[in-house]
Design a protein. Structure first.
Length: 546
């Protein structure tokens, strides 16, 4: 801070350097949206390993293709994930405890913390062995989950003025139950404490109650029906539900939506616990557009009807295009991988079944980013698929070539190396389009730079718009880009060949200054993968001396 000299001598004053370091954002936070056995609804929950998913969302579930995709993500060394759980008509289990009050309807209703049949395995018990036995509002509550956690809440009260008021305690500390609310979102609380019970009460049995009180009807939880597009769309982006629940997440880089429809191509209805098939075209389109807005990429799974190369090509190139592909808007923000994976299903005695590849591929994206950087194509000999016994459609080199030209990334099986990702094109990667966003690493590198600079330049807002500011911008942006150049993110042997940062009176005119605008030009020379390696061999004839 400035000093005020008052005496003869030496004064020390620190001057700010004006250096504002720009930190690169994460590149492989993956969002998964779909059904789960349990957990919060329409809330983006961050997890760091599959153990977190098991604890919060119940782990693998036959009716949740998302759960298997998350498993594959972490099998392939995925890092951070965001889970959004949706449901369609699921209900919460309710446990009712009589209170002995004159009004037989004055009961305590506890419901599972989230909807689903998982809550049917809970039980609750009450005793009066409290800190103050004479306080007739206090009681101890024990909540147990079958083959799971047990929660004990001591000295809780039905008195709203008590610091141990039951609804507040359960909301803050319990992961299993809540006090039930009515249709107006008002707590349903009795005036007196519940009756002690020696036999735990479950959602599947009526409560223990005085003989004069009619037994309450037991309410069990249900898992609801398969998801529909409406559950993903919600009431629009402003509703922050379904797909748009990710509006409540600060950042995600990849998006996976596992199959949820239960109709075959011929319209035959399937049991969704056995045959979830595909994601609809309309949802893929909306998800791709949303990824563009959030600077992320959508990983698209192949259709269940793609049982061979011809079926994939015919469907992909059809006029009614089953997925956003050739000439689709925003298609550089999505990539598709074919075929599906064959893996053992631990919920069916390890029988080998087909699973979609998006979760495993997202894990490979994360693994490649950590080992090599976002500018390295997540494909090749290092991109091995862990936990995959085989592929649903074995592909030859020629078949791979036909699909690759359309922008369909192939998964291949090779001797010694096993199952690998063998393609790195976006859905804008069809050869005839000649798109500058043909390759996944180019698109993702640009998204990484955009998001990092966006977050790292917020300090510029409201600063005096003149040369001192422009010099600071050039310094800080240039330092960030030079660091990427040193890591090998760009083409070129010198910084001049690799990137540029321009912010001066040429980019920002006096009219821009009057409008409150500062223009910053950032360019980079992206690395593109060596997709085709051509080795030319020539036979050398013996030299003939003249």
């Amino acid at each position: 801070m400035p000093v005020t000299p008052t005496y003869p001598g030496v004064y020390i004053e620190e001057i700010p350097s004006r250096v504002r370091t720009i930190t690169g954002v994460a590149t492989s936070i993956t969002a998964f949206i779909g059904r789960a056995l349990r957990g919060p609804i329409n809330e983006p929950i961050t997890i760091n390993n599959f153990g977190d998913f098991e604890r919060i969302f119940g782990g693998l579930w036959l009716k949740s293709t998302m759960s298997f995709a998350v498993r594959d993500f972490y099998l392939n060394r995925g890092s951070q994930a965001i889970i959004v759980r949706l449901h369609n008509g699921a209900t919460a289990a309710v446990m009712t405890m009589a209170t002995g009050a004159p009004d037989p309807n004055d009961e305590l209703h506890l419901e599972a913390a989230s909807v689903g049949s998982w809550g049917n395995g809970m039980s609750v018990s009450v005793n009066y062995d409290t800190k103050y036995p004479r306080d007739r509002n206090l009681f101890n509550l024990t909540v147990s989950e079958k083959e799971g956690a047990t929660e004990k809440f001591l000295n809780v009260s039905v008195d709203p003025d008590s610091p141990r008021y039951l609804p507040r305690v359960l909301k803050q500390r319990s992961t299993l139950v809540r006090v039930r609310k009515d249709s107006n979102d008002k707590l349903i609380m009795p005036n007196v404490r519940p009756v002690e019970n020696t036999t735990p009460i479950t959602p599947l049995s009526p409560p223990s109650s005085p003989a004069t009180s009619p037994p309450a009807v037991a309410i069990s939880g249900g898992d609801g029906n398969p998801l529909t597009d409406a559950k993903f769309f919600g009431s629009g982006q402003g509703s922050k539900t379904g797909l748009y629940a990710l509006e409540k997440a600060d950042l995600f880089n990849l998006l996976c939506i596992s199959p949820y429809t239960t109709l075959a191509a011929n319209g035959t209805a399937f049991d969704d616990s056995i045959y979830p098939t595909d994601v609809t075209t309309s949802l893929i389109s909306k998800a791709t557009t949303y990824c563009m807005e959030r600077r992320a990429m959508l990983l698209v799974d192949p259709k269940s009807s793609w049982t061979n190369k011809k079926a994939a090509m015919d469907s992909f190139t059809a006029t009614s295009n089953a997925y956003p592909g050739v000439n689709a808007p925003n298609s550089e923000y999505a990539a598709i991988f074919f075929p599906r994976l064959k893996q053992p299903n631990p919920l069916r005695d390890n029988q080998v079944e087909e699973f979609v590849p998006s979760g495993a591929v997202a894990g490979i994206f994360a693994r490649t980013d950590a080992q090599r950087g976002v500018w390295k194509a997540p494909a090749g000999q290092e991109a091995s698929l862990v936990g995959v016994s085989s592929l649903s459609v074995p592909l030859t080199d020629d078949e791979n070539g036909d699909l690759n030209q359309l922008g369909i990334n192939c998964l291949r099986a090779f001797p010694v190396y096993g199952r690998l990702v063998w393609g790195a094109r976006t859905l804008d990667g069809e050869d005839r389009l000649a798109s500058e966003w043909k390759y996944i690493p180019v698109r993702r590198t640009a998204l990484f730079i955009e998001e990092s600079l966006y977050r790292g330049s917020q300090w510029v807002v409201f600063e005096p718009n003149d040369e001192p500011l422009w010099a600071q911008i050039r310094l800080n942006f240039g330092a960030f880009m030079h660091n990427l150049f040193r890591q090998g993110a760009f083409q070129g042997t010198t910084p001049k060949d690799a990137y540029l940062v321009k912010c001066d009176k040429e980019t920002t005119t006096q009219n821009d200054i009057n409008l409150g605008i500062v223009n910053i030009l950032v360019g980079f020379a992206p690395l593109k993968p060596a997709e085709f390696v051509i080795i030319k061999i020539q036979q050398l004839a013996g030299q003939i001396e003249a």
